[in-house]
Structure formats: C-alpha cells, structure tokens
Ligand binder design. Structure first.
Ligand code: ASP
Length: 344
C-alpha cells in the first residue's frame, strides 16, 4: 500500500500479462514480478495523493488463458470491494483484454466506480516500456471520481494515451503501442499534457447499484462465413451437442452467400430453437440485414442483428444473456444497449 494525503483508495488487481513482467538478471527470462513490490518497481506511484492497494491472481496468467471463470473471479473481487475503493485498475495481458473488459461491463452492470483495464506491449521492467505510462495514467483516471468529483462509472481500457469504452474495443496491433481501437464509439478521454474527458460520451450512473448475475453460458459458437464454406462444416457447428447460439460473422453490412450449404443448416438450427446473431467481419459500421438481398435472406431465417457490436462484446453479451435471462428474451436484449455496447 502507498501512503497518501487523501482518503481516496484504488485497488489494483494483477491478473498477469506482459505488463507485470521483469527481466530476471540471472537467467535473462521475463518473469511476473511480485505485486507487493509495485512501489519499488514503479516508484513514481509514491507521488500520487491517494492510496494504492494491490491484489493478485494466485497464479498470474498469460491472457490467452483467461476464461469465463476468470471473468467471474474479477467481477466478484470488484463487487465485494465496490464500496471499499474509489476505483479499480486491472492489469491484464493485451491479447484478450477486450474480451475481459466486455465481459466485466455486463457482469458489473450498475457499477458506480471506474474500472480501468490496462497492460503493455513491453514489460514494465524494460527501458522503453509503455507499461509505466499506461499504469500511471490508468491510476490517475481511476482516482478522478474521488479526487476531482468526476462521475465515471464504467469499464474502460486505457492504452497509449487513450481511454476507450471497454466493450467497444478490439486489439488491432501486435507491434504498435497503440494496440487498441474503438471504431464504432468515440474515445472516452485522451491523455496529453492534460487528461481531457469526453464527458458526453461517458455512461450515466444508473443508480441501481450493482446488479446480481447468475453466471455465463458458454454454449455458443462463432462461425465466420467465407466464399466456399461447405455444408458439412456449417452442419458440424450447428449440430454441436448442447449448442444454444451461433454468432455468424458476415460480410459488410451483414450479408452472406444465398447458398443452401449455409442457409439450410442455419434454418434447421433456428427451427430447433437455436439463436443466430449477425456480426459483421468489418470492424467499422453496423449490420443492416435488409440493405441487400443477401442479408435479407438471413433476416428471413430469423437471424438477429448484432448491430454495431464488436465480436468481443457480442460473444460476452451472448454468454451473459443466455446465463441470466430466459432464452426467448435474449433476442430482445440485442435490440437494446445494456451498458453502452451498441448504438441504438
Ligand atoms: N500474451 C500476452 C498476454 O496477453 C501479451 C500481452 O500481455 O500483451 O497476456
């Protein structure tokens, strides 16, 4: 814990990922550092006028190993501590950060505090690391409510000088410091000499308090269409035992080939009570299923529009909705924004 002259307190939760690695001078390997030594590793943090507490996953993970269980663990840590801290920073690998941010936005509906995920492309122990700036500014943003009377109450990703809405974000680069993009929603804040917030873009506090959740239902699949996809591949996916929903990744504004190889297995799946959600392969723009005949064919089958959702938000919203609502209510949930994940 750091000592400070304000009463504000932030909880940093370390899950793993590149940001928490330092170079072991003995064997030259990158290893997770002990979060209890955060202040020694990043001494700049001592200068903040708020308290920083840390908690860590028992075994830090590469974010490729993140799972719905990990999301629930994080949601539980935050909901149990919601009243004890003014904000939360989650240190996370970049690979699945957008999935975790999206999942948390649904699991933490009713949140009244900032929850900021950040990470880095280079480990914090390396000279050119982007991790220090990302961590320092994520902390500053998370303490803004308490220190400057801000009212940020959502899950964000802070990376390379930009604060994004977490459930609008995708990882777009393996090699650049600006690894994330939010093509369908404006940045929540930009950090230059000052951190300038886009106040009107922030979610309003629903003042409900945190909503309880039952769980996440993983009985879903993603099926990217491509020219030449065969009926046996589509059937193999649609006939997966216990499968409840398929996210069809379509072309452009929600179009796919009007080929029985694709449409017949989808129709059988929908007729048997399965849900099919249409999410475009294009990062930017929205699904409009009746713009072209090729999209209308899907709408006629009962395929639900994923609107302008990212794939990460669609996957986690589907798991959340199937886990928390009756199946016949799920299609309606995709017409509305639960926590800013789509523009309606
Ligand atoms: N593979 C790493 C992870 O996602 C990469 C990173 O930390 O950025 O955990």
């Amino acid at each position: 814990m750091s000592k400070s002259d304000s009463n504000a307190s932030i909880l940093v939760i370390y899950t793993g990922g590149t940001i928490g690695m330092i170079l072991d001078p003995i064997d030259g390997q990158l290893k997770p550092f002990n979060m209890n030594h955060l202040m020694e590793t990043v001494p700049e943090l001592r200068r903040f006028n708020f308290n920083i507490y840390t908690e860590s996953f028992k075994v830090p993970i590469d974010s490729s190993d993140m799972s719905p269980l990990g999301w629930i663990e994080l949601a539980n840590i935050i909901s149990q501590n919601h009243n004890n801290y003014d904000g939360f920073v989650i240190l996370h690998g970049t690979d699945t950060m957008a999935y975790t941010a999206s999942a948390l936005s649904f699991l933490l509906r009713g949140l009244a505090k900032p929850v900021i995920l950040t990470g880095s492309q280079l480990p914090i122990g390396m000279i050119r690391t982007d991790g220090k700036e990302n961590l320092i500014t994520a902390l500053e943003i998370s303490a803004n409510n308490a220190i400057h009377g801000f009212n940020m109450c959502e899950v964000g990703i802070y990376f390379d000088s930009v604060l994004y809405r977490g459930n609008r974000t995708s990882k777009v680069s393996t090699g650049h410091f600006n690894a994330f993009s939010s093509p369908n929603y404006m940045a929540l804040a930009n950090a230059g000499v000052e951190i300038s917030f886009n106040q009107s873009a922030l979610l309003k506090d629903p003042k409900t308090g945190l909503l309880p959740f039952k769980g996440l239902n993983q009985n879903i699949a993603v099926l990217p269409v491509f020219p030449g996809i065969t009926e046996k591949v589509v059937r193999a996916i649609c006939q997966t035992e216990g499968l409840e929903a398929v996210i069809l990744r379509t072309y452009g504004s929600g179009n796919a080939q009007r080929d029985k190889a694709l449409l017949d297995p989808l129709k059988s799946f929908v007729d048997a009570g399965g849900l099919v959600l249409n999410v475009s392969q294009c990062a930017e723009g929205r699904v409009r299923q009746r713009k072209y005949q090729t999209g209308a064919a899907l709408a006629d089958l009962g395929v639900i529009s994923g609107q302008d959702s990212t794939l990460e938000a669609a996957i986690t919203k589907l798991m959340y909705c199937l886990g928390n609502y009756q199946k016949d209510k799920v299609a309606d949930k995709f017409k509305t924004s639960l926590c800013g994940e789509i523009s309606v």
